[in-house]
Design a protein around this ligand. Sequence first.
Ligand SMILES: *[C@@H]1O[C@H](CO)[C@@H](O)[C@H](O)[C@H]1NC(C)=O
Ligand SMILES: *[C@@H]1O[C@H](CO)[C@@H](O)[C@H](O)[C@H]1NC(C)=O
Ligand SMILES: *[C@@H]1O[C@H](CO)[C@@H](O)[C@H](O)[C@H]1NC(C)=O
Ligand SMILES: *[C@@H]1O[C@H](CO)[C@@H](O)[C@H](O)[C@H]1NC(C)=O
Ligand SMILES: *[C@@H]1O[C@H](CO)[C@@H](O)[C@H](O)[C@H]1NC(C)=O
Ligand SMILES: *[C@@H]1O[C@H](CO)[C@@H](O)[C@H](O)[C@H]1NC(C)=O
Ligand SMILES: *[C@@H]1O[C@H](CO)[C@@H](O)[C@H](O)[C@H]1NC(C)=O
Ligand SMILES: *[C@@H]1O[C@H](CO)[C@@H](O)[C@H](O)[C@H]1NC(C)=O
Ligand SMILES: *[C@@H]1O[C@H](CO)[C@@H](O)[C@H](O)[C@H]1NC(C)=O
Length: 747
Amino acid sequence: RLELSQGNQHYEQIRACAEIGIECIQDDPTKRPANMTHIMDRLAETERTEVVIFIEVSNSETLNTVEIQQTISERLNLPWNDAEPIAKRAKFLIKALTRKRFVILLDDVRKKFQLEYVGIPTPDTNSQSKLILTTRYREVCFQMNAQRSLIEMRILGNDASWELFLGKLSKEASASVGWLGSQNDTREHAMKIAQSCGGLPLALNVIGTAVAGLEEGEWRSAADAIATNMNNIDGVDEMFGQLKYSYKSLTPTQQQCFLYCTLFPEYGSISKEQLVDYWLAEGLLLNDCEKGYQIIRSLVSACLLQASGSMSTKVKMHHVIRQLGLWLVNKSDTKFLVQPGMALDNAPSAGEWNEATRISIMSNNITEVSFSPNCKNVTTLLMQNNPKLNKMSYGFFRTMSSLKVLDLSHTAITSLPECATLVALEHLNLSHTHIMRLPECLWLLKELKHLDLSVTIALEDALNNCSKLHKLKVLNLFRSQYGIRHVDNLNLDSLKELVFLGITIYAEDVLQKLNMPRPLANSTHRLNLKNCAKMIYIKISDLNHMKHLEELYVESCYDLNTVVADAELTTSHLLFLTLSVLPSLESVVVAPMPHNFQYIRKLFISQCPKLLNITWVRRLRLLERLAISHCDEMLEIVEDDHASDEQDHGMVETSRNDTGQSDFPKLRLIVLTGLKKLRCICKPREFPCLETLRVEDCPNLRSIPLSFTHNYGKLKQICGSVDWWEKLQWENREEVACLDSKYFIPI
Ligand SMILES: *[C@@H]1O[C@H](CO)[C@@H](O)[C@H](O)[C@H]1NC(C)=O
Ligand SMILES: *[C@@H]1O[C@H](CO)[C@@H](O)[C@H](O)[C@H]1NC(C)=O
Ligand SMILES: *[C@@H]1O[C@H](CO)[C@@H](O)[C@H](O)[C@H]1NC(C)=O
Ligand SMILES: *[C@@H]1O[C@H](CO)[C@@H](O)[C@H](O)[C@H]1NC(C)=O
Ligand SMILES: *[C@@H]1O[C@H](CO)[C@@H](O)[C@H](O)[C@H]1NC(C)=O
Ligand SMILES: *[C@@H]1O[C@H](CO)[C@@H](O)[C@H](O)[C@H]1NC(C)=O
Ligand SMILES: *[C@@H]1O[C@H](CO)[C@@H](O)[C@H](O)[C@H]1NC(C)=O
Ligand SMILES: *[C@@H]1O[C@H](CO)[C@@H](O)[C@H](O)[C@H]1NC(C)=O
Ligand SMILES: *[C@@H]1O[C@H](CO)[C@@H](O)[C@H](O)[C@H]1NC(C)=O
């Protein structure tokens, strides 16, 4: 049963609605996120509910289907496959959700849509799951078949408003305005401010935060400022006037950074690192990236951004706040062209680009831009995630001499237009494009600091000329088709500012040269070894000068026989390892702890036909994700029999010390695909963090290592074919029944 102790009418209403089936809350947009996030927290605490999913629906233009599917997959910790068609994924998600008691909150639905199309099952009267949707339009409730329990949300009463407002203030401020005998009418001014929020929780939240630290003598002027602001706005939602106060209390740089966030789509999250990179290139941070993170923190504490994502690496902008941002830009003397994530098939017409200072048309379905826009003052141009874009006019950059940030990643372009005019460019992202050659003029852009060419599957040549860009700090050629074949071609020592290098290497002697005690090795973060013929073994401790190596991707090295992670420690913390298409790889030797694989979080192995087992994964104590595919001879993942344990004393030692610790203390996800001979994963044992096991096309796998007697407390789902599931052998009948009803999801 929901216990919503807050005692105001919102929570009472939500309690009522959560008891029924589909709910619909006809809502004013301004009341979120203050209350919706509270509801989320409360719902998550109830025992009956297994998962609560909060989904921001963006369907004023088109439905953000993929985004919604991603949110659900993430919450259920299901593996994500970009290539999967929407309809297939929807079917799978419906199956996964039907197995759970869920509460799904669909926020701000503007038009009717088919739940099944996205992957949400409609709860019937018997199911214990709930769907709650909020909308501003009564007719949407009826169209979505949710009229059974229409609840209109009302605004907060005076007392509740005042309480919420006080809660936002600092201790001192709250004490001084809360005290009936306070001097100089302080209390009255504060109450005037609270009342001006009109009972809207979001406004109370934002404004309360903005005035949280006021001194006793400042309340009068704050109240006056808010009153004046409200009178000055004509025809715009009154709330914008109120939010504007919060904006006005920012420094000019913080304001610029805030407005920058409107360039991203209305839904979804923004990576903090990406934001800071763009701001740096725009010159907003005076080369101090820590300042960028500070600004993000202050925008979050002013409620202008919200924290997002589990690792606190992302932020979000509530769409009402974003609307405020666009309104402010419109009032100012700068012009933005902002049309991201709107499913556009055509770029905005040339006229709309005129005089814009920042342009974002990212995340659309644009295929070409055939004109040369006139935008002399544009500093940022974001065109990424237009996967079909492959044509840009020759003179496209003709006027863009002020451009500092250009992002074309995840497009299909095969070449870059004439770019000699881009003399101010600092940040260029061409990753995940089909670019083949870089134009000669690129090497003349002396201000370039970030050049991302990672995962460019058609790139033929680059590196020699990169050495001419003396200001480069970030150079990423990780998993590019362009890699270095000859030692003479590795000549990047002139890049004195370089702090991040991602690189692809095609020969062992080049690797040796890279790993010299020089700054170049020190700045290497990502290393891709590809087609290194004659390389027979890799010893991680040999890469001792790459102190910051985080990711190693070894592929198509046909003679590679052995990989050694020894106990002779280097200072690097390798986090991600991929072993792919290694037909001769027979042995991976991992020393007892501590060893050079001890920090690995993700391990991917594919097409290594000589690996019979990977018993060594037991020594990766921090491993979270393990994916193995198409290893034709693999018989077991972990070989458990005693004979071999005795041969290998180190193994016994690490697998289970006296406290009976588990082998896979952090492992959350196991994905096994196309392992034709696999018979066994390992013996039953503890998997204290395991959430998902997914098995596909492993016809000989007859058992899974889960049993009542061991701890698998976090398990959420086992995915596989029905045929496979039915043939599994169990020691215990009850066990299979229990696992079947609670966790199995057929695919
Ligand atoms: C009250 O206001 C007067 C002048 O307006 C000011 O000098 C005094 O410090 C204020 N009192 C407090 C407690 O803030
Ligand atoms: C910007 O202002 C113009 C005219 O004042 C108005 O027509 C337009 O709708 C505004 N755009 C936004 C996004 O507020
Ligand atoms: C570009 O900016 C300058 C100064 O900031 C201004 O004088 C000029 O009119 C702008 N040009 C265009 C085409 O907007
Ligand atoms: C994108 O455009 C292509 C044609 O250019 C079309 O076939 C495809 O359906 C569009 N995709 C979306 C998601 O609208
Ligand atoms: C370039 O774009 C990719 C994909 O959008 C992104 O992951 C990467 O962080 C970007 N690179 C830089 C240097 O910002
Ligand atoms: C780029 O490198 C190629 C050889 O790799 C060379 O022919 C060309 O002149 C270089 N371009 C510039 C601008 O230096
Ligand atoms: C290695 O790089 C770090 C920054 O990533 C820097 O602080 C350090 O001085 C560099 N060391 C050497 C030997 O270049
Ligand atoms: C497990 O793999 C190792 C190394 O490849 C091999 O020596 C051993 O025989 C394998 N064990 C089984 C049971 O196949
Ligand atoms: C067992 O392993 C845990 C975690 O590594 C450690 O804290 C503990 O001291 C170990 N116990 C023994 C007896 O080695």
